[in-house]
Unconditional design. Structure first.
Ligand code: FAD
Ligand code: FMN
Ligand code: FES
Lengths: 272, 304
């Protein structure tokens, strides 16, 4: 779906990280956790390409004027890293954006009775909130949030409000335990590996480590990947990632935008 | 009054001059929810080869000011999977589908032309000659007039369908390439394919693309494309399909003035998936507003 969306709020939630709420068409309520949107940052040709962002949340709000009906909204959580995201951060309420979405294949929620372990690194938390919202309805959910410093730990109170048990790890020890988020995850799994499945999004190195942990313990693990995208709909073939059986002799590329962005970790080729 | 938007390319009647460019529109179905495929003139498939092609390692694309570089490496499903999985969709759409294809040797090109010739759902063939000839030390077919003549003449023998030749802009003299292809029996020429470019990441001191170089497309290349279309249109008799950086109806009409009979929308579809349809509608609106009865009267009507 392609639609014009009006910004309802755009605020810095932590240094360098922004959360934007915008209007969405009613059909958008059906967006699956893990799906994403392609945002045209402005209508000029610089930046030329749309930028992909995870769907942080969807819901409804009641506009301020009297007698108003509830309206659907969509939220993104984004980090300012370059030209496009800097321009996004300068937009204000009532500004308009051109959006494509929801796109891609989201998370498979899996069997209800098992424990759900969510692992997010920095802004990788973005697609995991909507996921947690769905999962807490039926399952016990634990969140492992990691970052370099406390500034990279985002929206933890929102997760806590859902009833998610949160474990925080920072590399400098400025919040939670000092160390990597994967160490916090392993510690928890050492206590009780039980019947758990893992959902992760974050930097590639973190996902690589999470996939290795899951493989060692034979746990199901889904990861949400990034890729350089031009179209977001399977046409440019720019966003591909190597599948499990990939080798230079037997190439096996998967489209992050249409086969993913969420993949079962065993379906991917993980680097050394 | 509704202006006449129909044009004729190599014997196929198009409802309007707007086509989609190979590699930017999938196999058609990907865009069906954004574009009314029956509101555009024709669509061109992703480049096809005899065997499936996996393409290049990543990163494969990077944005540059006003454009992008791609080094997809001609990833495609191959002709067999195309026939089995993609052709059935073409049957459902009342718009000409043009198959873009390439090969590594003249024999492969010929075999592809022959296979595609047998598919009734394909209205015309567009042969991409911007590929290296592995039998001739990797020289790109489309950068040597003799090589270009040879491969086009061979494809000409292999198909009775309209044969469109897509020219590479990475040459010193586009006119001699165009002439060679016309002499070899091409029914139409499409130009331009991407310009070879590169991008560098200063901090890592590495090229951004895994392939080091890539094809440059998007609005930044429009002036080069317009110039080439104009140069070629003045010397060849066969119709020209203008391609390169077309984002708006104005861009498209400029190509028509320069001598193109039809145009293709490429990179613009990534930014706005309904671009091709909007450009067709915008062209018609311009004709109405300017009292032009037929788009054909604008072809090559540049006043110099
Ligand atoms: C499916 C998907 C979901 C995403 N979800 C989110 C999200 O929820 N929140 C968020 O903050 N970011 C998300 N990203 C990353 C986001 O798209 C990029 O940070 C953004 O496009 C950068 O744009 P820019 O113009 O600011 O940066 P640019 O100026 O284009 O680049 C700045 C830096 O970012 C790198 N970069 C640019 N684009 C990408 C990309 N697509 N993937 C990886 N690195 C890139 C460049 O190499 C460069 O180093 C997601 C990416 C994908 C593919
Ligand atoms: C991602 C991408 C893939 C492409 N793949 C092909 C291809 O398979 N065959 C081909 O002849 N041209 C291919 N092209 C070239 C386009 O069809 C077109 O000639 C070029 O992009 C210039 O037009 P534009 O500036 O409107 O994009 C590709 C272009 C892009 C951006
Ligand atoms: S972004 Fe174009 S194919 Fe995935």
């Amino acid at each position: 779906m392609q639609f014009k969306s009006m910004i309802l709020a755009n605020a810095e939630v932590s240094p360098g990280y922004w959360r934007m709420r915008m209007t969405a068409p009613p059909e958008f309520a059906a967006a699956q956790p893990g799906q994403f949107v392609m945002v045209r940052v402005n209508s000029a040709i610089d930046p030329l390409l749309r930028r992909p962002f995870g769907i942080f949340d969807v819901g409804t709000y009641v506009p301020a004027h009297s007698g108003a009906q509830p309206q659907p909204y969509l939220e993104m959580l984004y980090r300012v890293v370059g030209k496009g995201t800097a321009m996004l951060s300068e937009l204000h309420e009532t500004d308009l954006l051109d959006i494509l979405g929801p796109l891609g294949k989201g998370f498979d929620l899996g069997p209800l009775e098992e424990e759900k372990l969510i692992v997010g690194g920095g802004v990788g938390l973005a697609p995991l909130y909507l996921l947690a919202k769905e999962l807490v309805r039926q399952s016990r959910v634990r969140l492992f949030a990691g970052g370099r410093t406390r500034d990279d730990i985002l929206c933890i109170t929102e997760f806590e409000r859902l009833g998610v048990e949160c474990y925080v790890a920072t590399e400098d020890g400025s919040l939670g335990e000092r160390g990597l988020v994967t160490e916090a995850l392993e510690k928890r799994l050492d206590l009780d590996a039980g019947n758990a499945s893992i959902f992760a999004c974050g930097p590639h190195g973190m996902l690589n480590a999470v996939a290795a942990i899951a493989a060692r313990r034979a746990l199901s693990c889904q990861v949400s990947l990034e890729g350089y995208m031009a179209c977001g709909m399977g046409a440019c073939l720019g966003c591909v990632t190597p599948g499990h059986h990939h080798s230079p002799e037997t190439p096996d590329y998967r489209c992050v935008c249409t086969d993913g962005p969420v993949f079962d970790s065993v379906d991917l080729k993980w680097g050394a | 009054m509704k202006p006449d938007m129909t044009v004729n390319i190599a014997g196929i009647a198009l409802r309007n001059p707007v086509m989609t460019a190979s590699g930017t529109f999938g196999y058609g179905a990907e865009f069906a929810q954004y574009v009314d495929l029956e509101k555009i003139g024709a669509f061109v498939t992703k480049g096809l080869s005899l065997q499936p092609r996996a393409g290049n390692p990543t990163p494969r694309i990077v944005e540059t000011p006003g454009g992008m570089l791609n080094a997809i490496g001609l990833q495609n499903v191959g002709i067999d999977a195309f026939i089995e999985k993609k052709v059935p969709f073409l049957r459902t759409v009342n718009t000409p589908a043009i198959a873009n294809f390439f090969g590594n040797t003249v024999d492969e090109y010929v075999e592809m032309a022959r296979r595609l010739d047998g598919i009734p759902e394909i209205a015309a063939l567009e042969v991409n000659i911007s590929c290296p000839n592995v039998k001739q030390g990797g020289i790109v077919f489309g950068t040597d007039a003799q090589c270009a003549f040879g491969v086009v003449a061979a494809c000409r023998e292999a198909t009775i369908k309209p044969l469109i030749v897509k020219l590479s802009p990475n040459v010193t003299d586009i006119v001699s390439m165009a002439r060679a292809c016309a002499d070899a029996g091409a029914d139409a020429l499409s130009l331009i394919n991407t310009l070879t470019g590169m991008a560098i990441d200063l901090n890592s001191r590495k090229p951004v693309l895994a392939n080091i170089t890539g094809g440059f497309s998007g609005p930044a290349i429009k002036p080069v494309a317009l110039r080439m279309v104009w140069q070629v249109a003045r010397v060849v008799k066969i119709p020209i399909i203008g391609i390169g950086g077309i984002m708006t109806a104005t861009d498209a009409l400029e190509f028509i003035l320069a001598g193109a009979t039809a145009i293709q929308v490429g990179t613009a579809s990534f930014i706005n998936p309904s671009a091709a349809q909007e450009i067709a509608e915008g062209m018609e609106a311009w004709l109405v507003n300017n009292g032009v009865a037929s788009v054909n009267s604008l072809i090559g009507a540049l006043e110099v």
